[in-house]
Every structure is written in C-alpha cells, then in structure tokens.
Design a protein around this ligand. Structure first.
Ligand code: NDP
Length: 336
C-alpha cells in the first residue's frame, strides 16, 4: 500500500500530541501545516520537523498532498473540509464534523459526489475494547439489549482550557466535545438515535468562558422494530477522580468496560451472565489514533472503511446537537 502524503490544517494540540505520530506510524508523511497565523505555522513546522508552513489555505491545498487532517477549532471544520474536498483531497476531519447537521450532511454529500474519503477522527469506535463489545452484543451473548451507560467525566487539562469553555468561539462546551465522542461509540452499538434529553450546567470556578462544562444526557435508540434501548451519558470537564466506563445491559447479561473512554487503550472488559463474572481478554497494545490512520489509509486505497465514516460523524453530531438543544430548551429533542 503506497504511503499517503498529508497536509495539516490546524496547528493544534491534538495534531502535536497524537496525530502526527500516528500518520508517521501508519507509513504516511506530513508535508506541512496551515495555521491562521504564519508565525504559529512556522513554529509548529519547525517543532515537528515539517518541511512547509503556510497561513494561506489555498497554498496548502495546492501542495502535492493526498489527504488533509483538519484539527482547527470546531467552527472552521465545515469551510476547510469543503475547500479541501473541492481541491481533490481526502479529508480526515476532527469531531464534531461541523456545527450544523445540514453543513455536515453537505460535507458527506460532497465527498460522495467527488469519490473522496471523508472520515471523522473519532478514535474510540476503533478501540479493540469497543470492537469486542460490539461483537459480544451482535453475537447475542448478553441477549436483547436494554440499556447502556457511559461515564465520561474527566478533568480538562489546564492547557486545553481555552476555546472549549467558550471565550467567544462558536462550537465550544462539553457536549460538542465529549457527548459527541460518546455518540460515536453508542450509535454503532445500539441502532438509530431518535430522541435526546439533556441537562447541562457550568460548575468549575476556572470556567469563565460561559459554556457548559458538565452534562448528563439520555438517548432513546430504536433498532429494526426491537424494544427501544435507553442510553445515559455523564460528560464533564470538572471531575478529577473518576474512571471512565461503558456498561451495556441485556436480558441475559451485562458487559462492563473500565477505562473505556480514554485516549490510551488500557481498559478491561468484564462480562456478567448467569454463570458469573469473567474478564474478557482484549489486545489493547495498539495506539487508537494509529488504528484510525490505518483504516483511513485503507479506505483511500479502496481496501477498507474508516473507523468513523463521514456519515458516522454526522450521526454523532446529530446526537450532540440534540443534547445541546435539549439542555437549552428543557425539552426532549427528536432526531429525524
Ligand atoms: P487547540 O486549541 O490545540 O487547537 C485548535 C486551534 O486553535 C488551532 O488550529 C490553532 O489555530 C488555534 N491555536 C492553537 N494554539 C494556539 C495559540 N497558542 N494561540 C492562538 N491560537 C492557537 O485544540 P485541540 O487540539 O484541543 O482541538 C482541535 C480539534 O481537535 C477540535 O475540533 C477538537 O474537538 C478535536 N479533538 C479531537 C480529539 C480526539 O481524540 N479525536 C482530542 C482533542 C481534540 P490555527 O490552526 O489557526 O493556528
């Protein structure tokens, strides 16, 4: 499989800490970076050994690159992804794909029309832990699924306490940041999300940005006429001492995943049925972002599908937007 040449759109923390390494480990090369600031672009390129830096997006899109990785702030994803697809580049776009479902739908449609790969960089659905849970559920090991719970309450690192908290940047807040990730795990597991109810609050004294930093959400799923499934999520930037987890409850058993929602695969799966509780072995040695990069590369070469397709990213966004709307309006929001 020939290596992909990448351009980075966004001189971001996630590119610096995770994705540049994952691209290189997948066999790809990073040609250069675009930033809104030429000084930051130059600095980022020098720090990460990239040959080119620009503050002109059209210049990056004219480089000899096969694909772009977009990790700018959420409000810029739609415009940058659309321009990249129009320039004939495959696009790996950070979540949320856009701030509006219509815009995300347009991105997906454009990728389909141009025959290019558009994927959302949801790292969790590709985790061997979550793949194993889907396998157990699909094999009927826990019977008919009734409900699921995700605990995804973490303490936002100080270095990330900028635009995520508001500060006038559209697309901020814990729901678009974390609930969106939860939906990327729950949607392929539970079926079609049809209704969402959420309550969100602002808790942290250091959160002066004006956006919610903690939310609890309930999602109703439907799956081919089977009984509806309820899922519950707790997402927070304010909880320093808690483990993330996923539980799925069925008529014949429960599967629990501890450390389920972290960036590093270190979790454990416990299956409890009539015969008792047992740990299920899963090989968690691979980096989640590398798993995503490999899948994206295979998709470009027509030999696989992305960990989260553009359509998967769109559905995760729809859940997060419904949760945001519900938290604001105090009503249950239906997804069509
Ligand atoms: P950052 O704040 O690090 O970067 C986002 C943008 O902010 C950059 O593109 C950059 O704009 C600008 N920026 C960065 N540093 C500075 C600075 N010192 N001064 C001024 N502007 C700056 O964001 P993250 O890396 O945390 O998130 C980026 C995207 O990635 C988001 O969409 C987020 O949702 C997603 N994300 C996904 C994760 C995942 O696991 N899939 C994990 C973390 C984030 P410019 O490019 O113009 O320089």
């Amino acid at each position: 499989m020939s290596a992909l040449k990448w351009g980075l759109i966004g001189a971001s923390d996630i590119a610096a800490t995770r994705v540049i390494d994952a691209i290189r480990s997948s066999g790809g090369t990073v040609t250069g970076v675009f930033s809104g600031s030429s000084a930051r672009a130059a600095d980022f390129a020098a720090t990460h050994g990239l040959g080119r830096a620009t503050s002109n997006l059209e210049e990056l899109l004219a480089w000899d690159v096969d694909a772009v990785y977009i990790s700018s702030t959420n409000d810029k994803h739609f415009d940058q992804a659309t321009r990249a697809l129009r320039a004939g580049k495959h696009v790996l776009c950070e979540k949320p794909l856009a701030l509006d479902a219509g815009e995300a739908e347009a991105m997906v449609q454009l990728a389909e029309d141009t025959g290019l790969v558009l994927a959302a960089n949801h790292h969790l659905p590709g985790s061997p832990l979550h793949a194993k849970v889907r396998e157990l559920v699909n094999d009927g090991v826990i019977g008919t699924v009734l409900s699921a719970k995700i605990a995804h309450a973490v303490l936002l690192p100080e270095r990330l306490r900028g635009w995520r908290l508001g500060q006038g940047t559209p697309g901020s807040g814990v729901i678009l940041d974390i609930t969106c990730h939860d939906a990327s795990v729950l949607n392929p597991l539970l079926g079609t999300p049809v209704a969402v109810s959420a309550v969100a609050v602002q808790q942290a004294a250091w959160n002066t940005g004006g956006q919610e930093d903690a939310a609890m959400t309930v999602i109703r799923y439907e799956n081919n006429g089977q009984s509806p499934v309820l899922a519950q999520t707790h997402d927070s930037f304010t909880v320093g001492f808690a483990m993330t987890s996923l539980e799925v409850h069925g008529t014949k058993g429960t599967v629990q995943v501890f450390d389920a929602m972290t960036q590093d695969t270190q979790g454990e799966i416990v299956l409890t049925t009539e015969s008792g509780a047992r740990t299920i072995d899963v090989d968690c040695s691979e980096d989640l972002y590398l798993i995503g990069l490999r899948a994206f590369t295979a998709a470009v070469h027509g030999t696989g599908v992305p960990t989260a397709t553009g359509r998967d990213g769109l559905m995760a966004l729809k859940v997060a937007l419904a949760a945001q709307e519900s938290a604001t309006s105090g009503r249950t929001v239906h997804i069509n």
